[in-house]
Write a protein that binds this ligand. Sequence first.
Ligand code: CDP
Length: 211
Amino acid sequence: MIVAVDGPAASGKGTVARGLARHFGLPHLDTGLLYRAVAFDVRRLELDPAAEADAVAACDFDDALLAEPALRDDDVGKLASVVSAHPLVRAALFQRQRRFAYQPGGAVLDGRDIGTVIAPDADAKLFVKATPAIRARRRLAELTARGLSASFEQVLDDIRARDARDTGREAAPLTQASDAASLDTSLLTADAAVARAVSLVEERLRGRAGA
Ligand code: CDP
């Protein structure tokens, strides 16, 4: 079974995807990490993230890079949303995600275009959202926990800028698939969000079995 989890930055999609993978005993891929790895290498190699050919040259990274803690840095996330707008970067990362999704037994993937592009026939699709202010508060708490400092306004501005880039680009923009169930995590704890996600997926599977 393939479960697609999409949503904007700090919406809770990672927590939900990890929780679903644990619950259903499935492997999980955080596809944002792939774009972060490209961004990280673009920076390391002193390439230009706005130039498509430069960004493509950084797509052939080693899997070991995905374990690099610096991929989680906020500036790498920002750069990731620049390199991810290039169609040839998305094409270069497509097969890797596809293979993961369609492996025997299934998988859970989270990102921006899983339900729309990578696995359009996924068995269950969730679109995870939360208000920008709540997402900014969560991101700020994550940064503080890692010993980094930022103001709420700065984090909120970054979240809005990233939303604008991710939804406004032409190549696979962030959008809710027509057959995805919405999950608003604004007022939910992490455990409650996962529990709700499990019941939404089970509902979808029952719907499919009865179809
Ligand atoms: O964790 P957070 O939501 O902050 O970001 P992420 O999921 O790691 O993704 C970083 C950036 O990669 C996003 O802002 C998107 O521009 C891009 N991305 C994408 O285009 N498609 C995906 N499937 C996943 C991420």
